[in-house]
Design a protein around this ligand. Sequence first.
Ligand SMILES: [Fe+2]
Ligand SMILES: [Fe+2]
Length: 250
Amino acid sequence: MKEITTETTIGEIVRAVPATSRIFENLKIDYCCGGKKSLAEACRGKGLDPATVIAMLSALDQPANGAPANADAMGLSELCDHIQQAHHGYLREELPRLDFMTRKVAAVHGEHEPRLFELRKTFETFNAEMTTHTNEEDEIVFPEIRKLEAKSNGGAVVILNLPASLEKLEREHDSAGAALEQFKALSDNYTPPDWACNTFRALYDGLAHLEKNMHQHVHKENNVLFPKALAVAGKPGKTESKPHAASQHL
Ligand SMILES: [Fe+2]
Ligand SMILES: [Fe+2]
């Protein structure tokens, strides 16, 4: 990527070199919902020296074998397919399992650790919201984004009010990000107590994986797919924006 400076945004850095997301995870810098912040701003918030962080990031500026999928190199349809497979598919498998475990662990151990009740309540809302959100992307928004590739070749007509729809999805990502922060705080950074049973331990392990997968997921949408789709939608082509119909629907 071009040289990283203190003004480069976190989202641009991870978009160019996805492996840098690991460094941001370790430094507890939010690279998905907080992707629009400059490196200087993010470092200030965490009391970190930007020059040291730039040196760490620059050392990784070479894609290596086994690096996370490079979303930035994908076309719109390919990226939609990738997100659906790696992230929506993951949520469809994982949310029912975590739903069962949050319910069971709260019921069995809630009296001993009352924060489990709050964790269960936060998970219920997160589960319902993410299921609706993911369905909306799968059934409405991603098909429209795929059409943009055909549109740029003079093909399909895009009818969705894309800026409004994507803004709404980004607000929902912020809400999901707040729930993930809650999970982490309520579980002492996913650290089970000494007396925890295996289901309790599996739950915290599952929530830690959920956080990592969601960070990658939201980064690929907020910082890569959505800006790319908006850039293509802004070019002349057969776009018919119907804000009223779309905003009522979405
Ligand atoms: Fe998604
Ligand atoms: Fe999303």
